[in-house]
Ligand binder design. Structure first.
Ligand code: PEP
Length: 265
C-alpha cells in the first residue's frame, strides 16, 4: 500500500499578507520545474487574512496539478450565522483551501476545544468535500504517567465518531506530542512510528482495514531538515506537520527535498 506523503506547514499566527505571499512564492518557485509525481503533497496553512494573497499565486504550472494545497488553521462546523470571530468551511473553500487543520493542541489548550467540537468540525469539513487534518497528542505528564496510547486512542475515536469509513480513508491525522511542539525536542522516530502504528490500528478497528491502509498519519513536533529523513524512513509515518521550520523558505524547501530523497529509495 503506497500512501502519498504530505509535508504541511502550519504558519500559525505569523506574518502579514505581503510576507506570507513572498514565502509562498519562494516555496512555489523552487518546485516549479519538479513533477508533482515525485513530490510529497505540500500543504500550507497561512493565517485567515493571508489566504487570498496566498491562493492568488497558488498554481500556474498549467498542468492542472496541485503541488501546493492550502489549508485553514481552524474552522467552525456551522456554515454561517451569529458566530462572531469564526470562519466556516465554505468560507475557507472560497478562499482556496482544500484542507483544514483541526484539534491542534494550541486550540485545545488556549481555546478550550473539546473532542466533541473537533468531531463536529471533521464532519462539516468532509461534508463540504475538504479534508480534515486532525491533530492529537499527549502532554509530557501524560507520557510520564504511561497513558499516551489510551489518551490518543480516545482522541482519535472521539474525532472519528460517526464518520463513514470512506471519509475516514481520505482524512489525515497528525500525531503531535505536545512536549515536542515548538520546543526543539523531537520525539524519537521509532517511538513516533510506534504511536502512529497504534493510531492506525485504532482506525482499523473503527473504519476497517482499507481505511487504515489509506489514511495518512503525519508526525509533528520540532520537525527540521535534519530530522525528516529518519522520520520518513519509518513504516507508518506518512509525512510531517511543521510549525517553526515552515516559516523560512530554505528550511521548508529542505524538508520537502529530504522527504523526496526517502520517497525515491
Ligand atoms: C505545530 O505547531 O504543529 C508544530 C509541530 O510546531 P513545531 O514544528 O514548531 O514544533
Amino acid at each position: 500500500m503506497s500512501r502519498k506523503p504530505i509535508i504541511a506547514g502550519n504558519w500559525k499566527m505569523n506574518m502579514l499578507s505581503s510576507d506570507a505571499k513572498s514565502l509562498f512564492e519562494g516555496i512555489k518557485s523552487h518546485w516549479s520545474e519538479t513533477s508533482a509525481t515525485v513530490m510529497p503533497q505540500v500543504i500550507i496553512a497561512p493565517t485567515f487574512t493571508s489566504l487570498w494573497a496566498v491562493s492568488s499565486v497558488k498554481c500556474s504550472c498549467g498542468c492542472g496539478c496541485d503541488k501546493i494545497a492550502i489549508a485553514g488553521q481552524n474552522c467552525h462546523w456551522e456554515s454561517s450565522g451569529a458566530y462572531t470571530g469564526e470562519i466556516s468551511v465554505e468560507m475557507l473553500a472560497d478562499a482556496g483551501c482544500s484542507y483544514v487543520i483541526i484539534g491542534h493542541s494550541e486550540r485545545r489548550q488556549y481555546f478550550s476545544e473539546t473532542d466533541e467540537m473537533i468531531n463536529k468540525k471533521a464532519k462539516s469539513i468532509l461534508s463540504k468535500g475538504l479534508i480534515p487534518i486532525i491533530c492529537c497528542g499527549e502532554t509530557l505528564e501524560q507520557r510520564e504517567s504511561g497513558i499516551t496510547d489510551s489518551w490518543i486512542s480516545g482522541q482519535i475515536r472521539a474525532a472519528l465518531d460517526g464518520i463513514s469509513s470512506e471519509d475516514i480513508a481520505k482524512s489525515v491525522i497528525a500525531y503531535e506530542p505536545i512536549w515536542a511542539i515548538g520546543t526543539g525536542k523531537t520525539c524519537d522516530a521509532d517511538e513516533a512510528n510506534r504511536v502512529i502504528a497504534m493510531i492506525r490500528s485504532v482506525v482499523k478497528e473503527v473504519a476497517g482495514e482499507s481505511a487504515s491502509n489509506s489514511i495518512r498519519i503525519l508526525y509533528g513536533g520540532s520537525v527540521k531538515p535534519e530530522t525528516i529523513a529518519e522520520q520518513m524512513s519509518k513504516s507508518d509515518i506518512d509525512g510531517a506537520l511543521v510549525g517553526g521550520a515552515s516559516l523560512k523558505v530554505d528550511s521548508f524547501n529542505k524538508i520537502i527535498e529530504n522527504t523526496m530523497t526517502v520517497m525515491v529509495n
